[in-house]
Design a protein around this ligand. Structure first.
Ligand code: KG4
Ligand code: ZN
Length: 361
């Protein structure tokens, strides 16, 4: 089984070919990702119109490169999978329309993929994980703990009621005058900072409610920055370190709760696992804390390699393979309209104020 995947939901233009042969581990035959960071950096965030235009200009070449690198011709592809949501609608239209055109011209089936499903299933591509497992998705647009029961079978256990964690990192960076993208720069500054200088709130910590909240923390960071302004490099480092300590603590508290729930709901599971995905999973302090938490609780900790944790098309091609073999391909995918919002778990009630329209997932 070979699937061509296309990803254009935010500021990466990506294409990939993934193959699965009977009795073998899946193989990524090619994965091409073109980041638009430079185009957006001057604006301090992703500009949807610039993103859509950049996708239009780059996508054909990226698909060609991915096919060439894979050594597979379009004739040998079994299906074309494309991200159809959630994300910035301009980019989604570019990717999905291109996929429709390739699929129609080559007579192959088209598979519309939920970008979040791509993140959710990556650990099966990289580590062959069995269902069920827990997924912590921490990116610029989402902060969720999801029970992954099977392909297309997800249950959201926790979500943010305001900002996403990556967004909190980005806003903190902006307030402190650090460049975009904020996460890696906050982490870098935190390395030389004193995490005990500012005592920031640990939102929701200890609360029986499972969700996340980061907007109050953001306000505290702003107040601290205003109080000590003008900021020296050491002030910035100390605020970053104190902020990072607060979010790491909060995250660990929320995840511990989910691990306990998983134990209760799946007492017979002999290899319980937590998977982390999304850009924030690159943060070393957060990663180390989660790893420790898993070790203490008898969970396997799985973090796909960074290139597959942040946005890419291999995860979309892989989700396509998972859907093909589970017979979960919609017959009318050619009519599929891109969705800027598309929750993984369609049953849980949306949380008021959660997520952003067209946000990066
Ligand atoms: O998954 P991703 O590449 O894109 C999507 O949001 O889909 O995640 C990007 C987010 C940004 O908010 C970025 O600031 C954050 O991940 N991020 C980090 C780090 N690297 C990226 N946050 C904290 N520490 C990092 N090292
Ligand atoms: Zn993503």
């Amino acid at each position: 089984m070979r699937v061509l995947g296309i990803e254009t939901s935010c500021d990466e233009t990506a294409a990939s070919v993934v193959a699965l042969e009977a009795g073998q581990a899946p193989r990524i035959l090619s994965s091409t990702v073109l980041s638009q960071i430079e185009e957006h950096a001057a604006f301090g965030g992703v500009v949807p119109e610039i993103a859509a235009r950049a996708h239009v200009e780059a996508l054909d070449g990226i698909v060609e490169a991915a096919l060439e690198d894979s050594g597979v011709s379009l004739d040998d592809i079994d299906a074309v999978a494309a991200t159809a949501g959630p994300g910035l609608v301009g980019g989604l239209i570019v990717g999905l329309m291109t996929a429709k055109a390739i699929a129609a011209a080559s007579g192959k089936p088209l598979i519309a993929i939920n970008h979040l499903e791509g993140h959710a299933l990556t650990a099966r591509l990289t580590d062959g994980l069995d269902f069920p497992y827990l997924l912590l998705l921490v990116s610029g647009g989402h902060t969720q703990i999801v029970l992954v029961r099977g392909v297309g079978d997800y249950q959201r256990w926790a979500t943010t009621i305001d900002d996403a964690l990556g967004e909190a990192f980005d806003k903190t960076a902006k307030m402190l005058g650090l460049p975009y993208p904020g996460g890696p720069n906050v982490e870098k500054a935190a390395a030389t900072g004193d995490a005990t200088r500012f005592v920031f709130p640990r939102p929701m910590k200890g609360s029986a409610q499972p969700d996340f909240s980061f907007s109050g923390l953001k306000t505290s960071v702003r107040q601290a920055a205003t109080a000590v302004a003008p900021l020296s490099d050491q002030d910035v480092a100390d605020i970053c370190a104190s902020f990072q300590a607060a979010v790491t603590d909060t995250l660990a508290d929320r995840v511990r709760r989910a691990l306990d729930r998983f134990r209760k709901e799946f007492p017979q599971s002999n290899q319980p696992a937590l998977v982390v995905a999304g850009g924030v999973a690159a943060n070393k302090q957060i990663r180390a804390k989660l790893e420790q938490l898993c070790a203490d609780n008898g969970f396997t900790f799985t973090a796909p390699p960074m290139a597959l944790c942040s946005d890419n098309a291999a995860m979309i091609a892989w989700a396509g393979i998972e859907r093909l073999r589970a017979n979960l391909v919609e017959p009318d995918a050619f009519d599929f309209v891109p969705r800027s919002r598309w929750p993984l778990d369609s049953v849980s009630t949306p949380v008021v104020g959660s997520g952003r329209r067209g946000a990066k997932a």
